[in-house]
Write a protein that binds this ligand. Structure first.
Ligand code: FAD
Length: 484
């Protein structure tokens, strides 16, 4: 007997519950389908497609080239594959995007009508959203009680499962009704070569994910609670794209950390570990919110923001372009936006700074920022991206209040004291003394001349007056408070 395993956002062999379950049945037929029926909001952006290409290559290699690849509508392809390969059992790990939930339930119904067993498992969350509810049966809306009372008081997360002895079926099965593709046929790589730096940053493989985790545990986790806010140091695990595409599971991550620090009493180390695990908790919370309030990707969680006076005039279109291309004239913002474009990643602290600048100083709808991140991030994730943007905008569940407006100069001076991060991504500012690195417009002409900078030529003048736009944002916020 053969069992079909449908790989989706779980592109790994280790700790893969679908694979472990299929293993009990017989030989496994591994399948990946590039679903071209995904609605626009879920359709992968450029950076994600790059990551997916390499993740599939790595999985296929680990499977001795046995991965069967198709493109089209899984609602038709899965039943057709089962028929051709005479599979009575199909396994997959659950996804939580609303469109994926409805697609998968249609497929389950179709398979049932064909007398085929379809089994789904939890392969990407520590605690599934449907199992965490308040005492009154309603979902949590605030992170701390969700994590502390809802998650940590439940049974601990599942320990990673063993998939060592899986036997994969030979890939010679014929599928008369379906075109079997290669990974290159999916045309996931960009036509314009903007991805050179991606290769330096990401070893896209299961081993690459394990190496990042091991490196983080040995060198950074002790100081994580302090260093995670400093964008110029590698103080975080950089696991987000691997977690998104499932090259590593949160369970592997959780237990690697917990087991490594078992019995260690040092308060400092324990703090780093606790804060790191609670960040994995934020990932859970994002999925939780998407599951229970699935409008959050496109609509404000807090409907009060539906009448917010976002700007959408010619000027704001120019501002959006300046923001996207890292040319706002505010160094920490520009460094962040350039990091994003070059590497497919942006440090979390800087995501908050650039987000606040877009939404509050430029008064541009958070959805514009969400879409740009969606296209440029290798870790673009429906749940975490929407939750992150709504947190920044103040419209989300348990979000930063709108009136707390980041001052990008102070943020830069606090978290990038020596300006190292800015200098990495805005090298034209490298010769500016630290005192002015976060506000070049304040530097006397002689200093600018010595640093070889002509503002407006080598580096832009700021596109926004920070204090005037701060006041404008607060006035806009007052207008919606009054209206409701
Ligand atoms: P670490 O600090 O090492 O954290 C470990 C893991 O915990 C991360 O890999 C991630 O899975 C999870 N995590 C950490 N912080 C958060 C958080 N605030 N929310 C949810 N999960 C978190 N994260 C994404 O994975 N995809 C996104 O599309 C995304 N968009 C964001 C947009 C905005 C505006 C903001 C403010 C945050 C966004 N985040 C997103 C969350 C966070 O910035 C990244 O998860 C983090 O920077 C990834 O780096 P890391 O793996 O080194 O994190």
């Amino acid at each position: 007997t053969q069992a079909l395993v449908w790989f989706r956002q779980d592109l790994r062999i280790k700790d893969n519950p679908a694979l472990a379950n299929a293993n009990q049945i017989g030989n496994v037929l591994p399948v990946y389908i590039f679903d071209d029926t995904v609605p626009e909001e879920g359709s992968m952006g450029g950076a994600s497609r790059w990551f997916l290409h390499h993740a599939l290559e790595s999985l296929n290699k680990a499977l001795d080239n046995k991965l069967l690849i198709f493109k089209g509508d899984p609602k038709e392809i899965i039943p057709s594959l089962c028929k051709s390969a005479q599979c009575q059992h199909v396994f997959w790990n659950r996804m939580y995007e609303p469109w994926a939930i409805s697609r998968d339930s249609i497929i389950k119904t179709t398979l049932k009508s064909m007398d085929i067993n379809a089994t789904s498992s939890n392969g990407s969350l520590l605690w599934e959203p449907m199992s965490v509810l308040k005492k009154d049966g309603t979902p949590y809306k605030v992170y701390t009680p969700f994590y502390k009372n809802g998650c940590l008081k439940q049974a601990p997360p599942r320990y990673p499962v063993n998939t060592h002895h899986t036997k994969f079926a030979e890939s010679s099965v014929e599928f008369p009704d379906l075109a079997r593709l290669t990974i290159s046929d999916l045309q996931l790589l960009p036509k314009i070569k903007w991805d050179e730096k991606f290769y330096e940053m990401w070893d896209v493989s299961e081993n690459g994910a394990q190496d990042k985790l091991a490196h983080f545990i040995t060198s950074s986790i002790d100081n994580y609670d302090e260093q995670r806010n400093i964008p110029s140091v590698e103080g975080t695990s950089l696991l987000s794209p691997y977690l998104h595409f499932g090259l590593i599971s949160p369970n592997q991550t959780w237990y690697a950390v917990v087991d490594a620090f078992e019995g260690i009493d040092s308060a400092k180390e324990r703090k780093g570990v606790g804060v790191y695990l609670s960040e994995l908790g934020w990932r859970e919370f994002s999925y939780y919110l998407l599951f229970h309030f699935n409008h959050i990707q496109r609509e404000n969680f807090n409907s009060k923001f539906n009448i917010f006076p976002w700007k959408n005039d010619t000027q704001s279109k120019q501002d959006l372009t300046a923001w996207q291309t890292g040319n706002t004239g505010i160094p920490i913002v520009d460094a962040g936006m350039r990091e994003l474009y070059k590497t497919g990643y942006m440090h979390n602290r800087v995501r908050m700074i650039v987000g606040s600048f877009l939404v509050k100083n430029l008064l541009i709808d958070w959805r514009r920022g969400e879409r740009w991140f969606w296209d440029c991030l290798v870790d673009a994730d429906t749940a975490s991206n929407a939750a992150g943007w709504q947190w920044v905008a103040g419209s989300g569940a348990d979000a930063a209040p709108f009136f707390r407006i980041f001052n990008p100069i102070l943020q830069g001076e606090k978290f990038d004291k020596q300006g190292e991060y800015v200098k990495t991504y805005c090298p034209e500012l490298s010769n500016l003394p630290n005192k002015y690195i976060h506000k070049p417009w304040d530097a006397p002409p002689i200093i600018l001349a010595e640093a070889g900078i002509t503002l407006g030529e080598d580096y832009p003048h700021p596109i926004a007056d920070l204090s005037a736009t701060r006041k404008r944002a607060l006035d806009a916020y007052s207008s919606i408070k009054k209206a409701v």
